[in-house]
Design a protein around this ligand. Structure first.
Ligand SMILES: O=C(O)[C@H]1O[C@H](OP(=O)(O)OP(=O)(O)OC[C@H]2O[C@@H](n3ccc(=O)[nH]c3=O)[C@H](O)[C@@H]2O)[C@H](O)[C@@H](O)[C@@H]1O
Length: 457
């Protein structure tokens, strides 16, 4: 009995102890869950804070980068997180006011134009020209780091002085694009945002797919659903002619032999444009730009980094074709290209669909915008030597197999016939204007300034 009493006492005691242990465990569990929850919250907040600091605008992030110092080492990767653009940027009342103001025309029957890549070279020039004639211009740019973003920021300031607001977002940010089309009934889109550069495509192929294909499709998806649908003018490239042997290049020449992934993505863009025109009635005009140069240009382009390297006494490589012939380009001055873009916008017919439904056949066009007079790279360098008053250290080498083509030459008859396109700036004149801008912008020595001071611009 005593034993059984003892046993039962012991059992009770054990149960009681076990109960206490369970209670403690539960408390401990609750306490540790709370701790875990708080820690997770803290980590999440820290992450948000960190990313907001690092990728505050339009979302440029990780990427290949390029050892070539003309291209920013962070490299571009155009996947903007929707969270960062739509969630944190540009959703307040004052932001909406800026969007509306910027896109409101100031002339009777003026356009309301969304310019993608507005902080870019051609984009900034076109935006200002359109604004100056009274169109409403809203910019869109992801400010990626493919080349020095401070140059894009400087262009942004210039645009801001012309009452042009740039929305900082990526083409792949659908919620942001939808929001913009909800706020503004755009009549036109001038789509110039792209991953540019022929040779860089071997270093960071994905960035070309991301911008030039995925981003373009994303824009078209939003545009086709918009009501009204805008007319779209967009930048294709002379590089689509690839290994074409006909001379000069006409729009009807074959474009099925791209020499670089860049060219292939631009060619893909032309085919995609056909599809959206065919199914949804979007009015689409592709412009094949021929090596555009000028003030506020792109530091990754040869004329720009040759200038920099010549001034710094660094050697430059001048490519020759595989048979030994000189490499040549139909270098086209930016003001001429701007006139071509505006001509294309002015003659673009309205899209025929609405809310994603085609009502009638719509306009589909493609034009060359070149200078019609190819110049060898050697000649380009001697013009620069003259303007800079410095002898270049030249290495003539065979063109590396990196997507380059030996030569380009535009036939612009079609653009002339349809909207009076007529390039008027030869390379020497255009480069003088570029050098004048370059020395002013980068504060280069007076020797150069003197050489270019005769320019009236
Ligand atoms: O018109 C076009 O379609 C293309 O024009 C340029 O591409 P590219 O003509 O290759 O322009 P650059 O990279 O500035 O090269 C100009 C010339 O200099 C040559 N070059 C380039 C680099 C170098 O170190 N040495 C050299 O001789 C190239 O072979 C080319 O003939 C742009 O970079 C592309 O974005 C654009 O789409």
């Amino acid at each position: 009995m005593a034993l059984s009493q003892d046993l039962s006492k012991n059992t009770k005691l054990e149960r009681y102890n076990s109960y206490l242990r369970r209670m403690n465990n539960t408390k401990l569990l609750a306490a540790s869950s709370k701790l875990l929850f708080r820690a997770t919250l803290l980590v999440a907040l820290l992450l948000v804070f960190f990313f907001t600091l690092n990728y505050p605008i339009g979302g440029t992030g990780v990427g290949g980068g390029d050892p070539n110092n003309h291209i920013n080492n962070n490299g571009p990767f155009h996947t903007t997180s929707r969270f960062f653009t739509s969630g944190f940027y540009g959703t307040g009342a004052s932001w909406e006011k800026q969007v509306r103001q910027s896109s409101t025309p100031r002339r009777p029957n003026g356009f309301s134009i969304l310019v993608t890549g507005a902080a870019g070279f051609v984009g900034s020039h076109c935006s200002i020209a359109l604004r100056k004639r009274g169109d409403g211009v809203l910019g869109l740019d992801n400010f990626n780091t493919y080349y020095d973003p401070s140059l894009k920021r400087a262009r942004q300031k210039l645009l801001s002085r012309n009452q042009i607001f740039i929305v900082e977002a990526d083409l792949n940010d659908s919620p942001m694009l939808i929001k913009l089309f909800d706020i503004v009934p755009f009549t036109h889109v001038l789509h110039l945002a792209a991953q540019a550069g022929v040779r860089y495509a071997m270093k960071n192929p994905q960035s070309y797919v991301q911008s030039n294909i995925a981003g373009f499709v994303n824009l078209l998806e939003v545009a086709k659903n918009a009501d009204p649908q805008p007319s779209i003018v967009w930048a294709s490239s002379s590089s689509v002619y690839g290994l074409n042997k006909d001379n000069p290049f006409s729009e009807s020449d074959r474009t099925d032999q791209p020499a670089s992934l860049y060219a292939a993505t631009k060619k893909a863009g032309e085919e995609i444009a056909h599809t959206y025109n065919h199914i949804y009635g979007l009015s689409l005009t592709g412009l094949r730009f021929f090596t555009v140069y000028g003030p506020w240009g792109r530091p990754d382009m040869a004329y720009f980094f040759f200038t920099k390297d010549i001034l710094q006494g660094k050697p430059i490589s001048i490519y020759k074709a595989h048979g030994g012939a000189e490499v040549a380009r139909d270098f086209t001055y930016v003001d001429d290209v701007v006139k071509g873009c505006i001509g294309a916008l002015d003659t673009a017919e309205k899209s025929t669909g609405s809310g994603g439904k085609k009502r009638a056949p719509a306009q589909l066009r493609v034009y060359n915008l070149g200078n019609t007079s190819p110049v060898g790279v050697g000649r380009l360098v001697s013009i620069l030597e003259g303007l800079l008053n410095v002898k270049a250290k030249k290495n003539v080498i065979t063109m590396p197999r990196n997507g380059d083509v030996p030569f380009t030459h535009a036939n612009v008859t079609l653009a002339h016939k349809d909207f009076g396109y007529k390039p008027t700036t030869d390379l020497a004149t255009g480069l003088r204007k570029f050098v004048k801008w370059y020395v002013g912008y980068y504060g280069v020595q007076p020797k150069v300034r003197k050489e270019t001071s005769s320019d009236a611009e």
